[in-house]
Design a protein around this ligand. Sequence first.
Ligand SMILES: [Zn+2]
Length: 76
Amino acid sequence: MTLRRSSIRPVPPYEKVCYVCNEMDAAAAKDVATGGYICSECIPYAINAEMMIISAWKNMKVRHPEPDEFNEWDNH
Ligand SMILES: [Zn+2]
């Protein structure tokens, strides 16, 4: 599994089949690499694998993120 950038995107909480636990639940995110949805219970595990999305979500919540953190990712 090679993911240089996060393939997980936040999505509206529609009922989707989570591709991690295979249960119908309110989706928390979509993995655009696999096309699968991830429920709110499984999202912590998915996030664990892709720390990038944490930065992305923090970026949405705070007005002044640390841009250096993103540059480090982008340079790879
Ligand atoms: Zn799940």
